[in-house]
Each structure stands twice: as C-alpha cells, then as structure tokens.
Write a new protein. Sequence first.
Length: 242
Amino acid sequence: MTYIFAHRGAAGTHPENTMAAFEEALKAGADGIELDVQLTKDGEPVVIHDETVDRTTDGSGWVKDILYRELRKFNAAAKWDGRYGPCPIPHLEEVLAWLAPTRLLVNIELKNSLVAYERLEQKVIAVVRRYGLENRTIFSSFNHNSMRLCRQLAPEIETALLYMEPLYDPWTYVQAMNAGGVHPYHRTVTADFAADARRRGVAVRPFTVNKPKTAKTMFAYKVDAIFTDYPRQAKEWKEKTP
C-alpha cells in the first residue's frame, strides 16, 4: 500500500509548514505529514522550509539570525489574504506534541545543506524521543552526511536520502549509508527501480507528486509513499487507481 504524506502539510491549499496545514492533512486522511526543520539564532528547532523567512511570512531575514521570540511574531499565513488568520512559524515541539496522539507518521527533513546548523541532529532527535515517536518518524535530507550522523546517534529512527538526479549504483550507496529509504524526485523513478528497491527492502517515497497522472503512475509502481501538496485529492486519485 502506498502511503500519502502531506508535503509541508496540505501546502497546496493551506499555508505551508503551519499548524493549519498539518491539521488539514489529518482531516484529509493523509497517512503522514512532511515538514522542514531549521534552528533559530538561539538554537530552537522551528518548522520552516526556506533558510530565510521572506517568501512565506511577512518578516525578513535569515532564520539563523533571528531569535525564536522574534520569529514567532511573523505571520506564516500572510500571503493567503487573511483566509487562515495569523499563523506563527511552529516550534518542532508544538507539531510533535499535536501529532503524538494521532495516527500520523512524520517525515522530518533537516534543512542543513546551505546552513550548517550546530547540533541540529541532536536537538531534533531529542524532541522525537521526548514524544516516543521513534517508530513513526523518518528523517530525510539532501545533506547525506547529516543522515549518516542521525543513523549513528539514533539507529532506531529510519533515515532516507533525498536526491534530484538518479544515483549511480544506488543500492551499494544506500547500504553504505545504512539508510532505510530513498526519497527521489518523482521523474527519476521507474517501475524497475521501484521493484528492485522492494526486493532489497528499501523504501521508495518520491516527491513532489501533485498531478493525477503522476500519482497514478507511482501507485502502479507500488512505491511505499508519495509526498504531495494535495493530500485530499491524492487520496481520491488513489481510490480510483485499480
């Protein structure tokens, strides 16, 4: 069965990486949510995709240069014409405290390719463990060194390797990284690749699948999950796929 992960929450219809988007994902019947984590100037893990707050909020500046108490004043729903009221940038703990009593899985993407956040891995692992979510969490990143460190620090939590271009000899690489899954750009996924991964026990979760034709292809390949900005629609596409 292919799981549906709501990418940055229901980011196609709600302000991305906000509690409003995550709550919509739960209502839509998603199997899990995907979110991004970075650190504020005072080292607090917050849920935001970009290294700056400019695109998604009414604030300006780099996340790494802003204190948590200042960051919370920005409205992450400012670009949505008041449809969702003010939405602060969530703390990772806020999201996981909300998620813990639900049935949702969570994919936490560590956004540390551009900014080398000190102790990001340790801080995120600590919050996951605080809520007993080790078996419902997947760590992912384009920074594969970070994924290797997470695996060493928390071998009980699955890691997955994000990438845009096809990997050469992927299974040797995945084994060397001790990763449980791969999260490739959907255009790189083929039926043979998905079948080979299944035989090897490696999870395949393509991103970002927002069109019905692409979703149906991924369902036909029997990938383990898809990431989509439209979880409600993706569930309907899945139900219509033979």
